[in-house]
Design a protein around this ligand. Structure first.
Ligand SMILES: [Zn+2]
Length: 282
């Protein structure tokens, strides 16, 4: 130990001193020998400039042409990629088939790194990122751009809406009838309508048409569709039908139960119905 520092109290001595008293002698910072002052610049020895050793060595950066340069949306569409969450920076991850190996299931993930202005590819079958990128470029060249998907929005002209309500008359869903003949279900969500049955439970999907009007009616007519129910009503009959969604109509236990609960003793099933309905009518 340096003679000048003998007797100095060090922080670590204090820390491990079992007899150290709080409020005792303050710890002294040991002071080392004085530094030699830095000589002024003109007194420093001159150094000959050496050869530029690293002049031509730059960090490796692949030329842009060997990188995937498509927009993210475009690449996602071309690869038919699926969203796979976000990176911790908040960038979107996508999942797709790896072009670099024979990939039965999507085992490659990628994201666009805006800081590095490039895609980051990762294959969970452990292909090298560089190999993935070059395989990707080859694959994109070999597979010309598919046409943009045409959105199927037009179902023709809406002709009518058939509202399905629960027993108390609360609208649950409705069926839109289009011309040319086509049907779409819209369910009640908040104050609006959303396409499809979504998460509606079976008990609500299988409501009978005109359920509030059936309450306490011993005789109910049952034609094949909502349009025919309206015709029956025009004749002064009480009528109902079941909703086949966008497909075939089918009778379920829920339908029967709703009729029983309503007090219906006789259901007159009109032609065009399926076997289940007819057997129920009997
Ligand atoms: Zn791979």
């Amino acid at each position: 130990m340096d003679a000048s520092l003998e007797g100095a109290v060090y922080a670590h001595d204090k820390l491990f001193d079992p007899f150290g008293q709080p409020g005792g002698a303050p710890m002294r910072t040991p002071v080392g020998p004085a530094r030699t002052p830095v000589p002024p610049e003109e007194d420093r020895p001159k150094r000959e400039p050496g050869p530029p050793l690293f002049k031509n060595v730059l960090p490796f950066k692949p030329p842009k042409a060997t990188r995937v340069q498509l927009e993210v949306d475009e690449l996602v569409r071309r690869l038919d990629a699926q969203a796979a969450g976000k990176t911790y920076e908040g960038w979107d991850w996508w999942k797709a088939h790896c072009p670099s190996h024979s990939d039965g299931r999507p085992s490659m993930t990628f994201h666009w790194n805006p800081t590095r202005s490039r895609y980051v590819f990762k294959c969970h079958a452990e292909c090298e990122p560089g190999a993935i990128e070059s395989a990707m470029l080859t694959w994109l060249d070999a597979h010309p751009t598919p046409p943009a998907p045409t959105e199927h929005t037009s179902y023709g002209r809406e002709m009518d809406r058939y509202e399905y309500q629960d027993r108390d008359g609360t609208p649950i869903f409705h069926k839109r009838r289009y011309e040319p003949k086509d049907f779409r279900i819209y369910r009640r969500v908040g104050d609006g309508w959303t396409k499809g049955f979504g998460d509606l439970p079976n008990a609500l999907r299988r409501l009978l048409y005109r359920l509030p009007q059936l309450q306490g009616q011993p005789v109910v007519w049952c034609p094949a569709g909502e349009k025919d129910v309206k015709c029956c009503e025009a004749l002064g009959l009480v009528a109902t039908t079941n909703c086949g969604g966008e497909g075939k109509r089918k009778w379920y236990a829920e339908h029967v139960q709703q009729l029983k609960d309503a007090g219906c003793a006789l259901l007159i099933v009109l032609a065009d119905n399926d076997e289940a309905g007819l057997s129920f009518a009997e």
